[in-house]
Write a protein that binds this ligand. Structure first.
Ligand code: FAD
Ligand code: NAD
Length: 468
């Protein structure tokens, strides 16, 4: 067996692992990264990027369909638009290939050795890799970084296979189904469910709780509810799926409502999106007997596990399972291994749901501020009072700020509306820099932009918004 030795060994080339590799390379830390599937991980290959590409294509198609027959208030007319989903998927794959190729190039440029193959942990300093070329390699290391990501949760009553698909298959359809049942009204269920509806598919969503996007407060999800209704997505809230249903009339899903009655929903495809779980099995991780936090590897404020010089970042280390959190942790571990002093203490990690309209949450909501015992003030500014939103036909939604009552320190931002995902940066920066309402209210925001609504929310909290 071929043997290699390195200072840092990374298992997983997703946003956590590849960013750790790039940063370690920049700092001169000898690094090997092992990836069993494709560089870029879930995010670039089967997650963030392909889903946003499909959502964009669906939005464009939906717009064209709305304009068919001269319905556009702007005077745009379109003749019977159609979509070739095969070409849409090819276009999406092109973006993925460019990005994953770029990741490979960046790792090379920074001197990181990439070993393509499946890693099996032998002990905290040794990993065996069955390479794609068929060769077995044993790699010894001083530091082992676990960045193995997560996998979709499967329903016992409806395992993946055949008509039952995960987001991975939903992002690469060979053809569009006529009827799609989505199980779970969380991030994936609503982002992809809405996209499929815009592509012309009949979509029904089954959600166990009584609300869509249960992680967000109701004011934020109200515009999304209205949009689902407008699009004709059928919601079955407070319901659970019992299994597949086959009859002469076709296949479908058996659903039980909150009142315990059962009914069948016809479906050609069933997208199960009921959460993801850390990938901790199938590669010898159990043998390390690390402390766990539920299904995730337990880490401290420096991403250290319970074993010396074994680190974990990203989805394998639990919630929030977001690419930007994985990247930030990857950068941090590389810096610590190189000798720098770092701790993972972000003021907030933005969560963005790319539904129509989009939803952004950074820091504390009013409810959370109250539960934390804070004396707070909150204010919202509606996008209907923002000129740029009018020119973009994006007036549904609002920006909300939450700040301490005593010194006006901003503790949270929330927004819902078309295009508000781009405001997440301003929200995070203001919190990371310890901004007060006066800092945002006193900053000249370019006109006409959605950002002016951010300034106006801060001014409104101070009692002197200008445009309302
Ligand atoms: P991953 O990206 O999962 O990468 C782990 C890598 O490790 C994989 O490539 C895997 O092949 C490899 N690996 C695992 N075990 C081994 C082994 N034993 N040997 C070799 N290689 C191994 N997050 C956002 O922030 N924004 C979004 O818009 C967003 N959209 C999403 C949409 C979808 C449909 C999905 C599924 C997820 C989305 N996410 C989004 C979540 C995001 O993809 C993850 O949080 C992120 O990819 C986690 O990064 P990671 O590096 O921890 O793991
Ligand atoms: P999720 O946790 O966002 O939503 C799962 C939903 O399924 C919840 O509403 C839950 O109540 C519901 N549910 C659970 N069990 C159910 C059952 N048996 N029947 C019906 N409903 C059930 O999970 P997801 O949508 O699968 O996404 C997984 C993770 O991927 C997210 O938590 C997030 O970390 C990441 N992600 C992020 C983005 C983004 O940042 N824009 C996009 C997609 C995915």
């Amino acid at each position: 067996m071929k043997t290699l030795h390195t200072r840092l060994l990374i298992i997983g080339g997703g946003p956590g692992g590849y960013v750790a590799g790039i940063r370690a390379g920049q700092l001169g830390v000898q690094t090997i990264l092992v990836e069993g599937q494709a560089l870029g991980g879930t995010c670039l290959n089967i997650g963030c990027i392909p889903s946003k590409a499909l959502i964009h294509a669906a939005e464009e198609f939906e717009k064209a369909r709305q304009w068919n027959g001269g319905q556009s208030a702007m005077g745009i007319q379109v003749q019977a638009p159609t979509i070739d989903i095969g070409r849409t998927v090819q276009w999406k794959d092109g973006i993925v290939t460019r990005l994953t190729g770029g990741v490979g190039g960046l790792l090379r440029k920074n001197g990181v050795q990439v070993v393509k193959g499946w890693a099996t942990i032998v002990d905290g300093k040794t990993v065996d890799v069955a390479t794609h070329e068929g060769e077995a390699v044993r790699i010894g290391c001083e530091h082992l970084l676990l960045a193995t990501g997560s996998v979709p949760v499967e329903l016992a009553a409806m395992p993946f296979g055949g008509a039952v698909i995960s987001s991975t298959e939903a992002l690469a359809p060979e053809k569009l189904p006529r009827r799609l049942v989505v199980v779970g009204a969380g991030y994936i269920g609503l982002e992809l469910g809405m996209a499929y509806r815009k592509l012309g598919v009949e979509v029904a969503v089954v959600e166990a709780t009584g609300r869509i996007l249960p992680a967000y407060d109701e004011a934020l999800t109200r515009p999304v509810m209205a949009s689902l209704k407008r699009l004709g997505v059928v919601l079955h809230l407070g319901c659970s799926v019992q299994g597949l249903h086959e009859s002469d009339g076709g296949s479908g899903v058996r659903v039980r409502s909150a009142h315990a009655d059962e009914f069948a929903l016809p479906a050609d495809r069933v997208l199960v999106a009921v959460g993801r779980k850390p990938r901790t099995e199938g590669f010898g991780l159990e043998s390390l007997q690390l402390d766990m936090a539920g299904r995730a590897v337990r880490i401290d404020g420096q991403c250290r596990t319970s074993m010396r010089n074994v680190w974990a970042i990203g989805d394998v280390a639990g919630e929030p399972m977001l690419a930007h959190r994985a990247m930030a942790q990857g950068e941090l571990v590389a810096e610590i291994v190189s000798g720098k002093s770092r701790r993972f203490e972000p003021a907030a990690i933005a969560a963005v749901c790319f539904t129509d309209p989009e939803v952004v949450v950074v820091g504390l909501t009013p409810d959370e501020a109250q539960k934390a015992g804070l004396e707070y003030i909150e204010a919202s500014f509606p996008l209907s009072a923002n000129g740029r939103a009018m020119t973009l036909e994006a007036t549904d939604g609002f920006i909300r700020v939450v700040a301490r009552r005593d010194n006006h320190l901003i503790v949270g931002w929330q927004a819902t509306g078309r295009g508000v995902s781009e405001l997440a940066t301003a929200f995070s920066q203001s919190m990371e820099m310890g901004a007060r309402l006066e800092d945002i209210g006193g900053t000249i925001h370019a006109h006409p932009t959605l950002g002016e609504a951010v300034q106006e929310a801060a001014l409104r909290a101070l009692g002197h918004a200008l445009h309302i």
